[in-house]
Design a protein. Structure first.
Lengths: 299, 261
């Protein structure tokens, strides 16, 4: 029996599952938007702007989900400032501490990028904010938002590994797996948004669909590596959650959109279902395990 | 600075009276489970079942029976926070609520904790949980308030068989080693110390004398710090981020070439 089986569950359930899902989409979307902004043409900018709006919206929702998941939500700022001294609270080796700062910085840069995009479209009463989207400043903001976005997409898996819980701490592959899944779900969400706003037939939308297929292949490989790395602990997946992983995540979420990539919209919906189920399985399959050690039968 | 203090729990003399559990609850004003409604475990004579936010001491009953119940063996162990010298909870706490005291014990400050529950997932022994009364993560403080006043922790004072002994770690270790030798002479060959040396998380300042394998008592054989996975996980994720960036860039070049055809 793995030593992780003797530990207690932190009761991270639906708010956290949703956060892992939304945070990944937000982080990935900003990276894709920045690529369109820096290297794309004029016609790609509508989808780039959608990516930044998605990033900002996702960052706000993420902060909200994390706050309401706390047992004492009004103390959320204790993650950033030491409550007794007012000094900065930061631990480079504690993923939740780094994550709190990473999410805040991501939110900040996503806000700047989204403000620039909105000003560019003439949606804001301050036209000078266009500067945030233009030239070197625009590219720098986009690049920084992407770096923190990719961090946000992957640190959640690292956070789970830096515990002593079954499944999570029994593998080092969760971070990279969540990152690939964030890339595929972000492209899928952006594709759905692009279709809804009338850009579904654009070259950028076709690129998102192609990128998504690549991300799904990476995700499948990382998922296989993750399950293999669990070794004997993987046996706890035999049962309901293993079935969800096999049918929901691999079957519906990865293989179906790879096998039937057209129409893009349907494939994207399957990708989102798979990405959500992946996080659900990882969090909930671990939750009930708590070995007590008593009641051993004498031979 | 006082020297490191802690518990030595000799499980071979524990009689399962649960006086420690009661004393702990009284001194620390911990609420009753389920609002005082008695819930029976149904498969054990122990109805507490586990340490959590309102049970900082728990007398484990290891009830071993043969198939036909003609043979039996009872092991009892008063479980508590191990006050690890290298503490997993303290390592990962993002608010700085978990501190090491002048007695080398580990305490969660209720006024700083915001209930994120990272420490619960990190503890290799499953000791910590949320106390619904405070909405914060809680566990044994090794009676920090009593220690500051020069008193013995409530559980150790209440223990009628001296299964729970409190004192300077150095003295407790000497006492425990003598006791193991005595038990070996008496034929209790499986008796051993758990967490008394520094190989286990730098040493447990609440260590045990147990009479069987650790797993039988629900104890991990080789507890580890959660950050053991940090470097590898973070490196793999960084490689992943680079791969996603590369994939996006390469597929994007194709996108641009397609457009220019």
């Amino acid at each position: 029996m793995s030593d992780t089986f003797f530990t207690a569950s932190p009761h991270w359930t639906w708010w956290i599952i949703l956060y892992f899902f939304v945070g990944g989409i937000a982080g990935g979307a900003v990276m894709l938007a920045t690529l369109l902004r820096i290297f794309g043409g004029h016609e790609d900018q509508a989808i780039a702007r959608l990516g930044y709006y998605l990033g900002l919206g996702g960052a706000i929702v993420s902060g909200f989900l994390l706050t309401i998941d706390l047992e004492r939500p009004l103390r959320f700022w204790h993650m950033l400032l030491q409550s007794e001294t007012g000094r900065l609270m930061f631990k480079a080796w504690a993923p939740m501490s780094v994550g709190a700062w990473g999410l805040m910085l991501f939110g900040g840069f996503a806000l700047l990028a989204a403000a620039g995009a909105a000003a560019e479209e003439g949606r804001l009463p301050w036209p000078r904010l266009r500067l945030l989207a233009e030239g070197t400043l625009g590219r720098t903001i986009g690049a920084l938002a992407s770096v923190f976005g990719l961090f946000l997409a992957g640190y959640t898996g690292v956070l789970l590994a830096v515990t002593n819980r079954p499944i999570w701490a029994d593998s080092n592959w969760l971070g990279i797996l969540f990152l690939f899944s964030a890339a595929s779900t972000a492209a899928a969400t952006l594709l759905l948004l692009a279709t809804r706003t009338g850009h579904g037939a654009s070259a950028a939308a076709a690129w998102l669909a192609r990128f998504d297929r690549g991300a799904l292949v990476l995700e499948l490989l990382a998922l296989i590596a993750f399950v293999v790395s669990l070794g004997a602990v993987g046996r706890v997946l035999i049962g309901f959650w293993g079935l969800v992983l096999l049918v929901g995540v691999v079957g519906l979420g990865i293989l179906t959109p790879l096998w039937r990539p057209e129409p893009h919209v349907r494939a994207a919906r399957f990708v989102l279902i798979g990405g959500f189920l992946l996080r659900t399985v990882v969090l909930l399959a671990s939750a009930p395990i708590h070995a007590q050690g008593s009641g051993v039968t004498l031979r | 600075m006082p020297e490191p203090m802690g518990f030595y729990t000799d499980t071979t003399v524990c009689i399962g009276c649960k006086a420690c559990e009661v004393a702990c609850k009284e001194w620390n004003q911990l609420p009753a489970a389920g609002g005082g409604r008695r819930e029976l475990s149904g498969d054990s004579y122990d109805n507490t079942r586990r340490l959590d936010g309102i049970h900082w001491r728990h007398v484990k009953f290891v009830e071993q029976f043969s198939e036909d119940r003609s043979q039996e063996r009872w092991l009892m162990m008063s479980d508590v926070c191990k006050h690890c010298v290298r503490a997993a909870c303290l390592e990962v706490c993002p608010t700085g609520a978990i501190i090491r005291t002048e007695f080398d014990t580990v305490v969660i400050q209720a006024n700083a904790c915001n209930g994120c529950r990272m420490c619960i997932a990190a503890c290799p022994f499953g000791v910590i949980d949320i106390n619904p009364a405070s909405g914060t993560a809680q566990k044994c403080t090794l009676c920090y308030d009593r220690l500051q006043a020069g008193l013995v922790p409530a559980c150790a004072q209440a223990c009628p068989t001296q299964s729970i002994q409190f004192g300077p770690i150095r003295e407790l270790k000497e006492r425990a080693q003598k006791r193991v030798k005595q038990l070996h002479v008496l034929g209790e060959s499986r008796a051993r110390l758990y967490g008394a040396d520094e190989s286990m998380l730098g040493g447990l300042n609440s260590f045990y004398l147990i009479a069987d394998e650790p797993e039988v008592y629900g104890l991990p054989r080789d507890p580890q710090l959660p950050t053991r996975n940090l470097f590898k996980s973070a490196m793999l994720s960084t490689v992943g981020a680079a791969m996603v960036g590369l994939l996006a860039f390469v597929s994007f070049r194709k996108h641009r070439m397609d457009r220019h055809v």
